[in-house]
Design a protein around this ligand. Structure first.
Ligand code: ZN
Length: 420
């Protein structure tokens, strides 16, 4: 395994900052208990909070106990958080990738690193309280207790408050790493944000994404370059497009939409097709996990037992199974939304290509394979019509984000795309 930051694509500045912090953290550990007592208050007082606001890195406070990684989807927020967690557990340096600390963290088996990946639409207060409680224990490896919260923007308000309390009065060896799209109050509460240092990640350039696909995944250069451009800087999406024929097929179906919009009926048909494709994609992604989980829970609960107490056990089991079903339903809803959102991002890329062509802007198209079609659109719609269509797609995303029923939002979008 190479350096733990190797897969963090196109984020050089962030890596420098995180390495410096990991070095400072290691120094704290080396200095031992006395230094720890001295360093505790420093990371908690107002000057540290000020640093977080201005983004200034003062070597004396190079390490702090709460961080937020922000950036657009696919920029590598959780990759950065996991790599930093490994750097904190690294026994050789600041993320060598070779030692047991790095290895176990990257492999997801380090006892002192917890990754919280919400499966439903939000992270509940029960889950958060349990997590905060466990995070307060002494690190078994003698270094740091690290809690990584992916999609911290999906915390419920109550869960956010439970987390805030822990961040305000952190146990001396506990580090919280939050990932969120931005530090906008819609994503992360102002009070949590004020206690954290922010590490902004940018959308990685297509070249950097292509490079990592070739180096890490062994993908042919031309395929990697096409996928990196089509994925618009989203590393995970680029890898899927390069490797999964089903993902490519779904993308092609989405990019066929502009061609199909020939009338009102066709617009409604296209809306149905898009929604149903998202549902099918989501179902494929969760069905297997659902069945596995259910079987595991039934086994754990001793389903089918006939001994004394089995009936009572089964009554309790029914409640747990119901709880599992609730969680699975919530996960399915989220998978559907994510699939639909990916489709809308692809579609937005198409109209963005039409717009840049109408303006003769010197930028490469997002979708090289539909560039000719986008060019024809540019001629027909001109810049203004292309922009209106692009805005219709973005408005649809915003509406779904604001809880408008997806079918209604998508139908409105298709009509707008047809009429222009
Ligand atoms: Zn290491």
């Amino acid at each position: 395994m190479s350096d733990v930051f190797a897969d963090l694509v196109g984020q050089d500045e962030a890596v420098v900052e995180l390495r410096r912090a990991a070095a400072a953290a290691a120094a704290v550990l080396r200095a031992g208990a006395a230094a720890l007592v001295a360093a505790g208050p420093v990371s908690r007082d107002a000057s540290a909070a000020d640093d977080a606001v201005t983004g200034a890195v003062d070597p004396s406070t190079g390490m702090t106990h709460a961080w937020i990684f922000t950036g657009p989807p696919g920029s590598g927020r959780s990759v950065a958080a996991r790599a930093f967690a490994a750097a904190l557990q690294c026994v050789h340096g600041t993320g060598c990738g070779e030692c047991p600390g790095c290895h176990t963290t990257m492999g997801g088996t380090n006892a002192d690193v917890r990754m919280v990946v919400p499966e439903g639409l939000s992270i509940g207060v029960g889950e958060m309280r349990a997590l905060v409680l466990r995070a307060a224990s002494t690190p078994s490896g003698g270094r740091w207790q690290v809690v990584v919260i992916e999609d911290a923007d999906r915390l419920t308000e109550a869960a956010g408050n439970a987390l805030l309390k822990a961040i305000e009065e952190p146990p001396p060896r506990t580090v919280f790493l939050l990932c969120a799209p931005s530090t906008h109050p819609d994503d992360i509460s102002v009070t949590i944000r004020s206690r954290c240092r922010v590490v902004p990640l940018r959308q990685p350039p297509a070249d950097a994404v292509a490079e990592v696909l070739v180096r890490r995944d062994g993908i042919a250069l031309d395929v990697a370059q096409w996928a990196a451009a089509a994925a618009q800087g989203h590393v995970g999406r680029a890898r899927r497009l390069a490797r999964d024929p089903e993902a490519r097929k779904r993308r092609e179906a989405v990019l066929a939409v502009p061609r199909r919009l020939t009338g009102v009926g066709a617009a409604f048909d296209a809306a149905s097709a898009l929604i149903e494709a998202a549902e099918a994609e989501a179902e494929a992604s969760v069905t297997e996990a659902d069945a596995t989980e259910r079987a595991a829970l039934e086994t754990a609960l001793g389903a089918g037992g006939t001994g004394r107490g089995a009936a009572g056990a089964m009554r309790g089991a029914a409640g747990q199974l119901k709880e599992l079903e609730k969680r699975q339903k919530s996960r399915a809803t989220r998978a559907q939304r994510d699939a639909l959102d990916r489709a809308l991002v692809d579609l937005a890329g198409f109209y963005r290509d039409a717009l840049t062509m109408a303006l003769s802007a010197p930028v490469a198209p997002v979708h090289t394979d539909t560039a000719a079609l986008a060019g024809a659109g540019a001629q027909k719609w001109d810049a203004e019509g292309s922009l209106r269509r692009l805005e219709a797609v973005l408005a649809c995303r915003a509406a779904i984000e604001a809880n408008v029923k997806p079918r209604i939002a998508v139908e409105a979008m298709m009509l707008a795309l047809w009429k222009g």
